[in-house]
Design a protein around this ligand. Structure first.
Ligand SMILES: *[C@@H]1O[C@H](CO)[C@@H](O)[C@H](O)[C@H]1NC(C)=O
Ligand SMILES: *[C@@H]1O[C@H](CO)[C@@H](O)[C@H](O)[C@H]1NC(C)=O
Ligand SMILES: *[C@@H]1O[C@H](CO)[C@@H](O)[C@H](O)[C@H]1NC(C)=O
Ligand SMILES: *[C@@H]1O[C@H](CO)[C@@H](O)[C@H](O)[C@H]1NC(C)=O
Ligand SMILES: *[C@@H]1O[C@H](CO)[C@@H](O)[C@H](O)[C@H]1NC(C)=O
Ligand SMILES: *[C@@H]1O[C@H](CO)[C@@H](O)[C@H](O)[C@H]1NC(C)=O
Length: 498
């Protein structure tokens, strides 16, 4: 019996002779019999993790076969590899039935192959037709210490001609290197081959639906806000008119169908159909600015009702996530500068059952002789983060305070409050904390949960005032309010925008 080294040298010698004679262009780049055979691998690999793929070896007995290859052992596996993956000191780990293999995996040039052919060699497997059946060979890929090497099966395997990336060709060799059945395996299930008899038909291009969706996101069930039917129609009209205009510009064929518009409380969607994916793709370079336009014409991420626990996104696809001839997504965030409010030390999280809606309702003060404007906060009761904590058990909304500019104190005339269930509003005079504290007080309230739910707190403001500037947030149309409990240790803070 030959020792391993001698055998390798012998093979090398044969290989050298053969290289001079003839180049074998096809994997496994060796003169050997591909049929008959007992060995194959399952067509689908197992991926225990993203960088590992596992082949399952199959043994199929051929009845009455007396050929050597039908009973040969299985010593060695070769895998056809993309040459870029053949780096120095590769970081590749191979297991056989979850255990180590005797010889480390190694790259070698395709023995009689063309220049640039590379195979990964796994040898001394020691399998035979009884032990090989069901044996699993797992290959884990990682970059080497220089950061080089391939990490996925798609990058690693050179697919057989006509096969998709991610398909691996595997040759299974016996100790004499006489038999080399080849099997292929990939990480997905192969579509069934087309019936061989049918005449070749040019497939009609599939139309490509393009759906543009504006989603309202609520990260925490707080204050429900709904899109209106008018908003939905306006937004859908804009989307469809923009797509139609740009399709005309780039000569992309849209199917002549009415656009499909869907309007829900938290979702607006307009879908059109291009004649084919190719036609749709003609708009690709214009999509990014259009998506930004569709978002920004509707969503201002700095408004209280579009940030924090609320949000929105615009998605373009064919109606299914991650699919379609055009795929885009945008969602912007706005982080307002932190404010020094309140001045006292208390918990400003959503710790008590008392919440303010993110919408600051602006309306004329009916019956006001000086044409004042009302800016109204809406209070509602919901579940605090920790209902069993001291703040969470609060049952009384003692008072509210609003972050506002001391210097503009004359802009607010009165405060109009109305608890839930009251038949009329109560007009309160304004009261400010010491100058410099930037605090407008709304006190006392002393509302229980029933009274607070749906209650309103309205600032009666001079018509000419800019509410954002009054609330120390110029240009934002946003005010900040806090609600105190009896201990004044809990002061949940909310922003509301016009
Ligand atoms: C295999 O050999 C047996 C016994 O000689 C015979 O009866 C059978 O038909 C053979 N099968 C095939 C597929 O040739
Ligand atoms: C392969 O490489 C050898 C040596 O570098 C060269 O002589 C030969 O022409 C190359 N063959 C092909 C097909 O590129
Ligand atoms: C296969 O290998 C096993 C374990 O080494 C051995 O027991 C068995 O006899 C072998 N079978 C054949 C057909 O060589
Ligand atoms: C998109 O459509 C709207 C409404 O029809 C229009 O005002 C706007 O100019 C269009 N934008 C672009 C970039 O075509
Ligand atoms: C209030 O508005 C009305 C109608 O716009 C106007 O006639 C009146 O002069 C305004 N009054 C004040 C005090 O600005
Ligand atoms: C509101 O009005 C109704 C009927 O006029 C009366 O029964 C009720 O007591 C009033 N509620 C309050 C809080 O004043």
């Amino acid at each position: 019996m030959m020792k391993g080294g001698t055998l390798a040298m012998a093979v090398l010698a044969v290989a050298v002779v053969l290289t001079q004679a003839v180049t074998i262009k096809k994997f496994p780049y060796l003169p050997c019999a591909k049929k008959p055979t007992a060995y194959s691998v399952l067509p689908t690999v197992r991926n225990p993790d993203p960088k590992t793929f596992c082949f399952t070896i199959q043994v199929t007995a051929t009845e009455n076969c007396t050929s050597y290859c039908c009973g040969a052992d299985l010593r060695k596996i070769l895998i056809d590899v993309n040459p870029e993956c053949a780096v120095q000191n590769p970081n590749i780990h191979v297991t056989l039935n979850d255990g180590p293999i005797k010889a480390g995996p190694a790259f070698e040039p395709g023995p009689n192959g063309p220049n640039n052919s590379v195979v990964l060699r796994l040898t001394q497997l020691g399998l035979n037709i009884t032990t090989a059946h069901g044996a699993e060979v797992c290959i884990s890929l990682a970059r080497n210490s220089q950061g080089a090497g391939c990490r996925t099966m798609q990058e690693f395997c050179k697919p057989p001609a006509g096969e998709a990336d991610g398909t691996c060709a595997v040759a299974m060799l016996d100790s004499q290197y006489d038999c080399c059945p080849i099997a292929k395996a990939s990480s997905y299930v192969m579509p069934p081959p087309p019936p061989p008899e049918s005449p070749p038909v040019l497939p009609a291009p599939e139309p490509c639906p393009v759906c543009v969706t504006l989603n309202r996101i609520e990260y925490f069930p707080l204050y429900p806000i709904s899109f209106t039917a008018q908003q939905c129609q306006a937004w859908a009209d804009m989307v469809v008119s923009n797509i139609t205009a740009f399709a005309g510009l780039v000569d992309a064929t849209l199917l002549n169908l009415p656009p499909a518009v869907k309007c829900e409380d938290d979702m607006l969607q307009a879908c059109v159909k291009f004649a084919s994916a190719e036609e749709g793709y003609k708009l690709e370079e214009y999509m990014e600015p259009l998506v930004q336009l569709w978002y920004s014409s509707f969503v201002n991420p700095c408004k209280a009702y579009w940030r924090g626990w609320y949000g929105a996104s615009v998605t373009v696809n064919d109606g299914v996530d991650g699919s379609g001839c055009l795929q885009h997504y945008t969602s912007l965030v706005c982080d307002p500068a932190p404010i020094d409010f309140p001045k006292c030390k208390c918990d400003t999280g959503m710790v008590t059952p008392f919440f303010a809606a993110p919408i600051l309702e602006k309306r004329p003060f009916e019956g006001s002789r000086t044409n004042d404007t009302l800016y109204c906060f809406t209070v509602f009761v919901s579940t605090p983060f920790d209902p069993d904590s001291p703040c969470g058990r609060t049952t009384n909304l003692l008072k509210a305070e609003i972050y506002a500019d001391d210097a503009q104190r004359r802009k607010v005339k009165n405060i109009l409050v109305r608890p839930n269930g009251a038949n009329s509003s109560r007009l309160m005079s304004t009261s400010w904390a010491s100058p410099g504290e930037q605090t407008l007080k709304v006190t006392p309230l002393n509302w229980n949960r029933e009274q607070a739910h749906g209650a309103s707190i309205c600032l009666v403001v001079d018509n000419a005032a800019d509410i954002g500037s009054f609330c120390n947030a110029p240009g934002s149309d946003t005010c900040t309010i806090i609600f105190f409990d009896d201990t004044k240790d809990c002061c949940p803070k909310f922003d509301a925008s016009v």
